[in-house]
Design a protein around this ligand. Structure first.
Ligand SMILES: C[S@@+](CC[C@H](N)C(=O)[O-])C[C@H]1O[C@@H](n2cnc3c(N)ncnc32)[C@H](O)[C@@H]1O
Length: 283
């Protein structure tokens, strides 16, 4: 990893950068869905190397994209010709155009390179969505999920997001191939580390495959977007960079899956233009 990437990874966000709704008070009461303790995240070692939580020829379904910059970057740098990419967002096409002025360039790029874009896809209603009938995916990935309802009370905010993710887990099962993996990327700070993500996955019938520190420099075009959209003074490139927060991929599979955790594979292949990778799991 070059000097530039290292300094990007080491940058600590301010507290204001940490939540969708601007609420920072520590959780005093645990809500009913929370069971696990908050773990202190160990500092990444200086030889941190990133392992992507998918394979280059996978059928990928991306959930909850913002400006589609992650999807475009992933497709550009890390997928082979036989891969399938369906990138989805919760918003309608009109809302995407309004909320994310830079989305159109990424969408065009994805379409030109053979990917598919779906608007108005609710992660909690995948089974009702005719577009996914009889479809199976090897990776279903959601970066920085957040319901974004602006709920000020932190307990209620957490609960709202937990309900959303629990339903997503339950719904997504049907769409996983035999080697299918669900990947959720979350910042390693409050309140996200109070969401009990692993507990939610377990409740929905999943088992943890691995966790892996997220390195946004692997996706050079990716610029994180908040659910509320691009905001002058908050989302400007020089200002708030959600993709640079310390964050982690959490990967889940169904019981009986014989998928080998990506960070335990000796044969992990990378393109020459990508960042080196190896084991960084805290599990
Ligand atoms: C914090 S933003 C992250 C956006 C994007 N993944 C990124 O990393 O830049 C959370 C995303 O989750 C989406 N979202 C919220 N509720 C959703 C739902 N029920 N189904 C699918 N996406 C949802 C929002 O529209 C928003 O795009």
């Amino acid at each position: 990893m070059g000097k530039k990437e290292r300094s990007k990874k080491q940058r600590k966000p301010s507290q204001r950068e940490e939540t969708e709704n601007g609420s920072f008070s520590a959780l005093k009461k645990r809500n009913s869905l929370q069971t696990d303790k908050v773990k202190k995240t160990p500092k990444k070692s200086t030889n941190f190397r990133y392992v992507a939580p998918f394979e280059r020829n996978h059928r990928l379904l991306l959930i909850g994209e913002g400006n589609f910059s992650f999807a475009a970057s992933l497709q550009k740098h890390h997928l082979d010709d036989e891969a399938v990419l369906i990138a989805t967002c919760y918003d309608t096409k009109a809302d995407v155009e309004l909320k994310y002025p830079d989305a159109s360039e990424y969408i065009e790029q994805i379409l030109q390179n053979g990917g598919e874009i779906l608007y108005d896809v609710d992660a909690t209603k995948l089974k009702q969505n005719k577009k996914f009938r009889n479809q199976k995916f090897d990776t279903i990935l959601w970066n920085f999920p957040h319901s974004g309802k602006g709920i000020k009370d932190q307990d209620r905010n957490i609960l709202d997001n937990q309900k959303m993710l629990l339903e997503f887990f339950k719904q997504s099962k049907e769409f996983l191939s035999e080697k299918g993996v669900i990947v959720i990327t979350l910042a390693e700070t409050k309140p996200y580390n109070l969401w009990n993500l692993k507990g939610l996955a377990k409740e929905a019938g999943f088992v943890s495959l691995m966790t892996e520190g997220f390195d946004s420099s692997f996706y050079p075009e990716y610029s994180h977007r908040r659910t509320i959209g691009w905001k002058q003074g908050i989302s400007e490139k020089s200002n708030w960079k959600g993709e640079l927060r310390d964050s982690r991929h959490y990967c889940f599979v169904l019981p009986g899956s014989n998928v080998v955790p990506y960070n335990q594979r000796k044969t992990f292949k990378e393109k020459s233009d990508s960042v080196d990778s190896s084991d960084d799991s805290i599990d």
